[in-house]
Design a protein around this ligand. Structure first.
Ligand SMILES: [Fe+2]
Ligand SMILES: [Fe+2]
Length: 147
């Protein structure tokens, strides 16, 4: 498995959770569980991806601009996640806010997959593509285990 397979696996998980969460209505156990799962998934993915995908890319001139752009978006997303964390599950604006989260997530994933992954495939060595996948999962699971 390469780092790209690993990242895509996480991205697909996020898309699935986003779709399910948008079907929820009111303060239910299902909404709470899906919200907790999505927050953990987004945060574990962002941290592991920053450390074991984008950080190595930053060492290359062609990867610097991509990385800056992505870090900015991760930061924006984190701000939005904090906003929804602060909202009551039964709040009338909860689903509106979650729609903003899912829109931002889907746009971000699309941008990474369509624009940044092809560039990164040219930048990273074959050895790096393999070893980063292992490091990515180690970091990702470490965050899950600590949750
Ligand atoms: Fe990302
Ligand atoms: Fe990603």
């Amino acid at each position: 498995m390469s780092i790209f397979d690993a990242l895509l696996q996480s991205h697909d998980k996020q898309r699935g959770l986003c779709a399910k969460i948008m079907q929820t209505k009111g303060d239910t156990t299902k909404r709470r569980q899906l919200h907790q799962q999505l927050m953990l998934e987004l945060r574990a993915h962002a941290q592991a991806e920053e450390r074991y995908f984008y950080a190595p890319l930053m060492f290359h001139d062609e990867g610097l601009e991509i990385t800056r752009h992505v870090m900015f978006e991760h930061h924006q997303l984190e701000d939005l996640l904090r906003e929804i964390d602060a909202l009551d599950y039964s709040h009338s604006k909860w689903l509106v806010k979650m729609r903003q989260v899912t829109d931002m997530v889907l746009l971000h994933l699309h941008e990474e997959e369509e624009q940044f992954f092809p560039k990164a495939k040219e930048i990273l060595s074959e050895l790096q593509k393999q070893s980063l996948a292992h490091q990515y999962w180690d970091e990702y699971h470490k965050i899950y285990d600590a949750a």
